[in-house]
Each structure stands twice: as C-alpha cells, then as structure tokens.
Design a protein around this ligand. Structure first.
Ligand SMILES: Cc1ncc(C[n+]2csc(CCOP(=O)(O)OP(=O)(O)O)c2C)c(N)n1
Length: 663
C-alpha cells in the first residue's frame, strides 16, 4: 500500500487527542512520548508493521516493543486505532482498576502488548531476545523455497532506556551477534524526567552504536516520506547489522505551553487540554476519532489480513511439505508433564561420583534437551562452571543461527532480559545460567519474568558457602531467600542427583512462570536411603518425608539442598521419633493441599529444626516460633568449604544441639 501522509497526519493528531483525554481523565500518566512520537505511531501502525490485529500472537508478526513503557498511551492509542481488541472505553479507563490499559504496558493484560515494560531499558533487551528468536526460528523452520519466518522486531526507546546499563549490555550483544532483524528507534527528544537530557548525558549516540557494529540513521520525526525511507533502508539493509534510527522529536508536541521541556514528560500538559485540542484541529468531543481515520485504519486492517491470509496459505503448504519441521514447531504449544519428562532421564547409579548437583544438572539436561528441541540455553561466560551446555548442539552465532547454546558474555542483566524476550516471542523455551550470587545482577528481569508469567528457567549454580575458597563475594547467603520473596518465582534447591532430575522436570513442566534451580558447586552424597522414585516425585510436591520416624513422632528436621544430608545425619543421633523432611521448594510445597502439608508437617509436632546454609528468616514459617533454624545470618568466609561450614556452624552437631535445646 502506498504511503498516505495526509490521513496518517490526521490520525497522529487524533491519537494525540486520545492521549490527552486519557491522561486528563485519570490525572496521571505520561503525555510527552505519545505526543512527540504520534507521527511515528501513525507510520508504524498505519503503514509499516506487519501484524494481524485479530490474531495478536500470529507467529510471523512483526514484534513492536515500547521500551519506554511510561509512554503507554502511545501503544494503547495505536492498538485501538489499528483494530486490536482494545475498545475506546478502555482508553477512557486508562489506569483504572481492572482496565486493560494499565499505567505501564503489561504482557497478559492487553492484546498487542508484546512485553511488560516500564522499568527503563528492559524493553530494548527484550527486543534483542525477540530478534534472537526470530533468527533461530528462520534457521530452524524456513526451507530454501519457503520463508515461514521473516519478522522484524521494532523497539521504541527514549533517553532513559538508552542510559540504562541493561540496554548497553544488550545492544553490544546484538551488534556482536549481527541481529539484522532488529530495528531500534530512539526517540531523541533531549528531555528526561527531571530535566533536559544534557544535564545527565553528553554522548554521541550515533558514534556509540557505530562502534558496536550497528548501522545508524538519523531522521526527523515528522516527515513521513523520510520515515518511510529510513525504515525501508533499515528493513532491507544488507550489512548484517542491527539498525538504529535516531528520531528527532519534540516532546509533548501539540501542547505548546510545555512542548520541548521536561514539563511535557508526565501529565503536566493535561491542564492545557482544551486549548491543545483546538490547536490540533480536534473538536470539543473527548476521545474523538474521525470517520476518515476509522475508515483508513479499517482499510489498512483488511490489507493486513489479506497479507496474513497469504502467509497462512504458504504456511499450510509448508506444513504439508515439511511434516517434521511442522511437528517441531507445534512443540511450542506442547505442555510436557513432569511425569513424562522423568521417564526420559536415566536414574543415576547409586555409587555415582559427581561434582555437585550442578554436575547432576548437566547430565539431566541432555536427555531433556533431546526430548524438547525448542529448549535453548545460555550462560554468562560460565559454561565451564554452570555445566548447562547442550552437548548435542552448538553455539548460536551469526554463522549458525540454529545453535541452541548462547554465549551471552559477562552480561547477566541483559542475559535475563534477553531470555524474557525469547519467552515473550513465544516459540523457544529459554534457560540461562550463572553463579547464584550474581542473581542480583539479573534480578530486575527475573522479577519481570514472574510478573509476566514467563517460563524462563534459571540454572544458577554455586548456591551457598559451599563455594568455599572464592569467599564471601561469591557465596550467596541471602540470595535464595531474596528470590523466594518474588511472587510467582519458583525456587528449587535439590539435595542430590535424583532430586535434581525432579527439579528440572518440575521447571520444564511449568509454563506459567519462571523457575530457579539452585545447584551446588560442591559434591553431595547420593541419598540412597531414600528411594530414587521418592526423591524425584517428592521434589514435584516441594517437600516430602525423606526419613520416616519409626517411633511416635517427637521431632521434625527440615533440610534443603546440600544441607539435607546434615538433617539426615542428625536424625540418626536423635533417635527413632525423628522425621526428616526434604524441602527443595517452598513454593511447590505451599501449593499442595492442606491434607498433604499436614501429612508432612503435622501441626501437633512443634519440635522442629530447619537447616539451610543461608539466612534464617523465611524458615520461621515452617518451624514457627517454637522451633529453631540452623543457618547463616552473616556473610561467608574464604576457605575450603568444609572449614567454612564448620566455622559458621552449619553442621550435623549444630542440628542435633538445636533439636536437643527444644527440650
Ligand atoms: C529503571 C527505571 N528507572 C527510573 C524510572 C522512572 N522514569 C520513568 S520515565 C523516566 C525518564 C525517562 O526519560 P526519557 O526516556 O527521555 O522519556 P521522555 O521524557 O522522553 O518521555 C524516568 C526516570 C523507570 N521507569 N525505570
């Protein structure tokens, strides 16, 4: 379809009107970006993006990510105008309870929203993840005569996103990986929140991006022909580089009282709504959209659906001609059960000698990767330690887009945000790895994965003071508890190889949120006294009886991860009335029925001791005020691991003493 600047220009002003009215109605929100980028919105949603508003998750859609999530009214206005299931009443309910137009875009709330954004910079990294997924999808599913996947990822970001460290990590990775299906549009309006941007930045953005192997164009924000030229060039570039378009805009354009200043960033301009509406040539009616604009977008939607139908025909032919690839792609919809996955993992030999549950993880991962070809992995330069390399496959890189192992470099924050992007994209299942203590470096996207219910798997190793010689900088003590506090995050800390098998199966079964697997560096004994099937199945319940008392119950010891062995050893000394509960996952245990939980931790037995090599606070919910926790409420020490455990009092003797002290 040819470019229609006149009607797009009219649509841009009407979108400005929607943003002004919505922000005015709730007296909050951000006008600066929706007003400053209105022409870009008209161009993208009224001309350039390949989408199907009736099928928002169409596999080959262009992905549009609003990284500057505070400008959410930009997205809502354009999703509304272009015919997504976002009616005008929802625009009028912007930011109100139970609307589908929350303050910042949320993945599950609104059709057409590709990613939850708002924490600045995340959306850029999410887009990089989507671009990775797009490259992988093309490599694994396209055939020489049939291009099923050729989508682009388009991201709109402001100064704030560009300043964030996570964005820098991600764009460096994108340049290195030559992700030429990625178009980043930088809303360069020279304003941030508090002040003009030159108060906090003086960089040469074009120079910065060129230095990290991006192509860069600069274009005025209000010239449709120039926008089209730049966008087409970016889409068709043969350089093999990701594409940056620096868009020169005027923040708050349309409200002259504030435009071009930081006063335009938020809701400040809303008080000039009536004058602004007049200045934009809009009638007094609020939430107004003209018939011409409606007709134009209705026509545009029809042409998008025609293109979608053409693709669908191609897709059907491709499915018929490539049944194996089609079946592989259908795997994106499959929900494997843990029980099924466990049948694929051979049992470990009772006398197996392994270097920690991380090594068990390595062995468990391989058959699962064979069973789930869309499972991919990555590590932040620690494959040698995290041991999560998918051995049957190779690296993902510009010469091998089908590779299932991603070398993220030492970029933990971007790694986790890129993994979110891969999960948002909807085709591949991402897992990533680093040392557990560096979860703090990847925590913001982990929180967003939980909020957005993304099934990302974190294989984080070196999970305690068992790290030993590397010392307190590398020994997580509070990290596991901190992760357990994220609503919706499942944390699983298995005790031995069979529990590790259960943990991986539980993580892969989950499709509605992220799972962290906390694995040990140091060797752990194989807990052969507990039947292997119970060790596996018990993990799926979060907690289970690892040692049944043989006399009337008088004490319950609760252990997790590498400390379960301490509880088991202590039980031998404490006598026949002692029960040991293995508790690899609080979240899975808490989700069990009241009867199940009562069966494991009967209310009648208050003599309880929990042991974990970490901070003690959260264990109170299982031991109560009457019980005791053997743990570590301080930082670790640099020494061989057995000495550190002893020095910090995480020992069998300490568990025995704690139990005896309960009287
Ligand atoms: C990680 C993070 N830090 C701070 C904020 C609060 N915040 C929202 S918008 C903004 C300024 C962003 O400036 P810019 O990207 O230039 O947006 P514009 O003013 O152009 O709308 C800030 C600091 C945030 N949303 N996320």
């Amino acid at each position: 379809m040819s470019l229609k600047p006149d009607i797009l220009s009219k649509a841009a002003n009407e979108a400005r009107g929607l943003a002004i009215d919505a922000v005015h109605a709730c007296q909050s929100g951000h006008l600066g970006l929706p007003l400053g980028c209105a022409e870009l919105g008209a161009f993208l949603f009224g001309h350039a993006l390949v989408l199907n508003p009736d099928e928002p998750r169409w596999l080959n859609r262009d992905r549009f990510v609003l990284s500057a999530g505070h400008g959410s009214m930009f997205l809502y206005a354009w999703l509304h105008l272009s015919g997504f299931a976002l009616p005008i009443e929802q625009i009028a309910k912007f930011r109100s309870l139970h609307s589908i137009t929350p303050g910042h875009p949320e993945f599950h709330d609104t059709p057409g929203v590709e990613a939850t954004t708002g924490p600045l910079g995340q959306g850029i990294a999410n887009s990089v993840g989507m671009a990775v997924a797009g490259q992988m999808a093309a490599a694994r599913f396209n055939t020489p005569d049939c291009e099923i996947f050729n989508y682009h990822v388009v991201c709109l970001a402001g100064d704030g996103c560009m300043q964030e460290g996570v964005a820098m990590e991600a764009v460096e990775f994108a340049g290195h990986q030559k992700l030429d299906n990625l178009i980043l549009i930088y809303d360069s309006n020279r304003v941030t929140l508090d002040a003009m941007a030159d108060k906090s930045q003086s960089e040469n953005t074009a120079g910065r991006f060129k230095a990290i192997e991006w192509d860069v164009q600069t274009v005025g924000g209000y010239d449709f022909a120039a926008l089209q030229k730049a966008f087409n060039r970016a889409k068709k570039a043969k350089s093999g580089k990701p594409q940056l378009i620096i868009l020169q805009t005027l923040i708050g354009k349309g409200i002259p009282e504030v435009a071009g200043t930081q006063k335009a960033h938020g809701e400040g301009g809303a008080k000039f709504a009536e004058e602004a509406r007049k200045g934009l040539g809009l009638p007094a009616e609020h939430f107004y959209v003209s018939d011409e604009v409606r007709d134009y977008f209705a026509g545009h939607k029809k042409s998008l659906i025609r293109a979608y139908n053409r693709w669908n025909k191609l897709y059907k032919a491709w499915r018929a001609a490539n049944p194996e690839r089609a079946a592989l792609l259908d795997g994106a919809e499959l929900k494997p059960t843990a029980a099924h996955l466990l049948t694929k993992i051979p049992h470990f030999a009772p006398d197996v000698k392994l270097g920690g549950t991380r090594a068990a993880g390595r062995d468990v991962l391989q058959p699962l990767a064979a069973e789930l070809p869309l499972l991919i992995g990555g590590s932040a330069d620690l494959y040698g330690s995290t041991l999560n390399y998918i051995a049957a496959d190779k690296d993902f890189d510009p010469t091998n887009r089908a590779g299932r192992n991603i070398r993220f470099g030492i970029r933990e924050h971007a790694m986790a945000a890129i993994a979110n992007g891969i999960a948002y994209d909807g085709i591949f299942r991402p897992s990533i790895a680093t040392f557990l203590v560096f979860a703090d470096y990847s925590r913001p996207p982990m929180r967003l994965a939980a909020l957005s219910q993304l099934p990302v798997i974190y294989i984080y190793t070196h999970d305690s003071i068992g790290v030993g010689e590397d010392g307190p900088t590398h020994e997580p003590v509070e990290t596991i508890s901190a992760l357990r506090l994220i609503p919706g995050m499942h944390v699983i800390r298995p005790a031995d190889p069979e529990e590790t098998a259960g943990a991986f199966a539980a993580a892969l079964e989950r499709t509605d949120g992220p799972t962290l697997l906390a694995l040990s560096r140091q060797a752990v004994p194989v807990l052969n006294d507990i039947p292997a099937a119970l060790r596996r199945a018990g993990v799926l319940k979060g907690g289970y009886i690892a040692l049944q008392e043989t006399a009337p119950l008088h004490t319950i010891l609760i252990g997790t991860g590498s400390e379960l062995q301490l509880a088991l050893a202590a039980a031998k000394e404490l006598g026949e009335g002692t029960r040991v509960v293995s508790m690899p996952s609080f979240e899975l245990f808490d989700a069990q029925s009241a009867e199940y939980k009562e069966g494991i931790l009967p209310d009648s037995c208050r003599r309880r001791v929990a042991v974990e090599a970490g901070v003690t606070g959260l264990w109170r919910k299982y031991v109560g005020l009457d019980g005791k926790v053997v743990g570590i409420d301080r930082f670790g020490l640099s020494a061989p691991a057995p000495q550190v455990f002893k020095e910090l009092g995480v020992t069998t003797e300490a568990v025995v003493a704690a139990a005896k002290s309960l009287g």
